[in-house]
Design a protein around this ligand. Structure first.
Ligand SMILES: NC(=O)c1ccc[n+]([C@@H]2O[C@H](COP(=O)([O-])OP(=O)(O)OC[C@H]3O[C@@H](n4cnc5c(N)ncnc54)[C@H](O)[C@@H]3O)[C@@H](O)[C@H]2O)c1
Length: 332
């Protein structure tokens, strides 16, 4: 197969990362960029080795009708995902879409049904699965050399609050942010939780004013007996703090990218400030994987069933925080 032809919808932070990574694989080119603000599209196009055609959102039928386009990268604000995904799948394009795939489990299911009906892959951007640290924990747990895993703890903290406006269109902290942590726990364990409980608070007035939370704790119980917890905070003054720890029968896995052990002892580097630095490799590996999938070289490791389960768990977290009750999960 020759180079794949791609279109990007949404030329902001995520769109720029994925467009550059797709081109860097040497296996794809970006032919079209669609954005509500064409200047954002032009700025991204100027950064690419070959210019893309920039189209204003609303005038993008020509992109969907372009038979040479194999696939679309969807990186518009989350509120717009469902409409764009469905339009692209109906036009016969494969789709990579940022998380959360849509803002509720029903529409997520509908999108995967459409993907199946049209025979075109749909992949949700759960990039953290492709992080070498997460991958190494996943592989060690699956290999089983340290025995049964008993618990997983995640600490996931952003350096700066999002704006109230972002929080409002993002689907809220559980769907927008905790979905990553929920996803990697389920990916490592190969099962979904049977019970979910969450508490939360908004310290930031802008976030409180849109009914969202900026600090949440989630606990989950899995059918195998594993307990997992997520401590998520939208603002940590000391940087982008991402830690995952797994306790197994024969030891504790505590990999971290920030602690360096050498013959001179242990040194702790400052935390990186942004997700773009912490997950640089993950984004590259993720886009490489997507291109393998579109090229028909493999099935995606991020399935529809998993993507739908993650959004159901995020919905259960919100229900729990609002009712103060634990939620028994139903994945039917
Ligand atoms: N996986 C990750 O680590 C990660 C990181 C950042 C963002 N994201 C996700 O990526 C998506 C975009 O977030 P972002 O931070 O890049 O946002 P952003 O605001 O930086 O960029 C969004 C872009 O979409 C454009 N846009 C808005 N409405 C549009 C429409 N209807 N059609 C076309 N373009 C439109 C905006 O003009 C802007 O250029 C969100 O779903 C977010 O959750 C994921």
């Amino acid at each position: 197969m020759g180079r794949l032809i791609l279109a990007v919808f949404g030329a902001g932070r995520a769109g720029s990362i994925h467009a550059r990574n797709a081109v860097m694989t040497g296996r794809a080119e970006i032919k079209w960029i669609v954005d509500a603000v064409p200047n954002n599209g032009r700025k991204l196009s100027d950064e690419l080795p070959s210019q893309a055609k920039v189209v204003k959102f609303g005038d993008h039928d020509q992109v969907l009708q372009d038979k040479s386009v194999n696939a679309v990268i969807v990186t518009v604000p989350s509120l717009m995902h469902e409409e764009v995904i469905k339009g692209c799948l109906k036009a016969g394009k494969a789709v990579f879409c940022e998380k959360p795939l849509t803002l509720d489990s029903l529409s997520t299911k509908e999108c995967f049904e459409l993907s199946q009906a049209n025979g075109k892959p749909l992949i949700c951007g759960f990039n953290r699965r492709f992080d070498p640290t997460v991958q190494s924990i996943h592989d060690q747990v699956q290999r089983g050399t340290l025995g049964q895993i008993k618990s997983i703890k995640i600490c996931s903290r952003d350096p700066e609050y999002p704006t109230g406006e972002y929080a409002k269109s993002s689907g809220g902290i559980f769907k927008d942010s905790c979905c990553h942590d929920i996803d990697i726990i389920c990916y490592i364990l190969k099962e979904f939780p049977e019970t979910v409980y969450a508490i939360g608070h908004a310290f930031n007035p802008d976030i409180a004013s849109v009914g969202d939370y900026d600090q949440v704790f989630i606990v989950m119980k899995f059918p195998s007996g594993v307990n997992a917890s997520i401590d998520m905070n939208r603002k940590a003054v000391y940087g982008y703090d991402q830690r995952l720890e797994g306790m197994l029968q024969e030891g504790n896995l505590r990999p971290t990218a920030t602690i360096l052990n050498t013959s001179d002892g242990e040194r702790q580097d400052s935390l990186v400030v942004q997700f773009t630095d912490r997950y640089k490799d993950a984004y590259r590996n993720e886009m490489d994987h997507f291109i393998d999938v579109i090229a028909g070289q493999r099935d995606s490791i991020v399935t529809g069933k998993q993507t739908e389960a993650v959004i159901k768990i995020a919905e259960a977290c919100l229900q729990s925080v609002e009712t103060g009750q634990a939620v028994k999960m139903d994945y039917s």
